[in-house]
Design a binder for this molecule. Structure first.
Ligand SMILES: NC(=O)c1ccc[n+]([C@@H]2O[C@H](COP(=O)([O-])OP(=O)(O)OC[C@H]3O[C@@H](n4cnc5c(N)ncnc54)[C@H](OP(=O)(O)O)[C@@H]3O)[C@@H](O)[C@H]2O)c1
Length: 329
């Protein structure tokens, strides 16, 4: 089978395609014939060695994907999955999914896909849909009626906006280019600010106070985190969930001490592990139902696995344009 292998944590140029034997599933494991996998920002961070997992190289990257279970190891759950179309994660057993076949544990490594869902959308049905659902869940539990979101023209951003509209939560969007303002407005989003506008800080302050926005989900970090903290009313918090700027979070201590503003973080895996099994299955079922509508990802182009380097260069050249999928065979 063909596998994309990362030979050192130095980016896409350190990837090569290797031929390896098809692995055999053990107890409570299944063999998935992988169909598609997206390139996500977390994959880019993995290639650079900036992500939360950093096993010694060589590693197989790929944080999520879809496919069909073609063989099962011993165990009732493994037999249950045999022949099923599944979403699989790149976490834990078997590693990343940029591979024609992958062995996954039935305890969290694979989830059955709705029959109506395409394998293309199924490949992107885990990370962003569950993160968007989690943001709404957290905000509602904490009693927020408005949320602030950065890098909002992303696939995830569009999902949060569609869910927010459905749930009656106002989303205050921050992007970095005028074209992204136009893109979101064309999709019916009403509040979008460009962080590179001269009057950005004042505009953000005004809109956060008018809408009583006290929670921000920040994918950018660096100085923007401090701008969000500064703009929101006292007793607000910024939840940092990515570092697209590749910079350290900045925060003025006065905002933390005298205005009781806080910074925390979100990472999907640990957040899911704090939910009970019933809640997790409910989230998954709801997300599956909503993928054709609120939680859909736009696909810009599909590349064969053999062209993984070109696919990554294309993705990084215009991330806002939609997802790039890798087709495994
Ligand atoms: N913590 C978690 O568990 C978790 C889970 C899911 C997603 N995420 C994060 O959520 C974010 C969105 O993911 P996605 O898959 O939806 O992304 P995506 O569709 O690929 O879009 C990425 C977006 O980020 C923008 N961007 C890139 N670098 C930026 C920077 N330095 N400053 C401001 N904007 C920047 C891009 O704009 P340009 O077109 O201008 O480059 C693009 O709009 C990512 O950071 C991802 O890591 C985190």
């Amino acid at each position: 089978m063909a596998v994309a292998v990362l030979n050192s944590y130095s980016g896409a140029d350190a990837l090569s395609i290797e031929q390896r034997p098809i692995p055999t599933p053990g107890k409570n494991e299944v063999l998935v014939k992988v169909a598609f996998s997206p390139i996500n920002p977390s994959d880019l961070a993995t290639l650079q060695g900036h992500y939360g997992f950093k096993d010694p190289t060589p590693i197989v990257p790929g944080g999520e994907g879809s496919g069909e279970v073609v063989s099962a190891g011993p165990g009732i759950m493994a037999s249950y999955f045999l022949g099923k179309r599944v979403a699989c994660t790149g976490w834990g057993t078997g590693g990343g999914v940029w591979s024609e076949y992958v062995v996954k544990s039935v305890k969290g490594g694979v989830l059955a896909l709705n029959k109506s869902l395409s394998l293309e959308q199924g490949a992107m049905s885990f990370i962003n849909p569950l993160t968007a659902s989690a943001f709404l869940d957290i905000s509602k539990k904490e009693g927020h009626k408005a949320i602030l979101l950065t890098a909002a023209a992303s696939s995830l951003g569009k999902m949060v906006n569609r869910l927010g509209r459905k749930e009656g939560i106002q989303v205050v969007n921050v992007v970095r280019r005028d074209a992204q303002v136009d893109l979101l407005k064309a999709q019916g989003v009403d509040i979008v600010l460009n962080s590179n506008d001269a009057g950005f800080e004042q505009q953000l302050h005004d809109v956060c106070h008018q809408t009583n926005t006290r929670i921000a989900f920040d994918a950018v970090a660096g100085p923007l985190t401090n701008q969000l903290l500064k703009a929101m009313p006292p007793n607000s918090k910024v939840t940092v969930f990515s570092a697209l700027s590749r910079q350290e979070v900045q925060a003025n201590p006065g905002l933390l001490i005298f205005e009781n503003k806080r910074i925390d973080s979100f990472w999907l895996g640990p957040w899911l592990s704090t939910q009970n099994v019933v809640k997790m299955m409910l989230l998954w079922k709801q997300a599956q139902k909503q993928i054709p509508s609120h939680l859909k990802s736009e696909i810009r182009k599909v590349y064969p696995l053999q062209e993984v380097k070109e696919a990554i260069h294309d993705y990084t050249s215009q991330m806002t344009g939609g997802k790039i999928l890798l087709r495994m065979s």
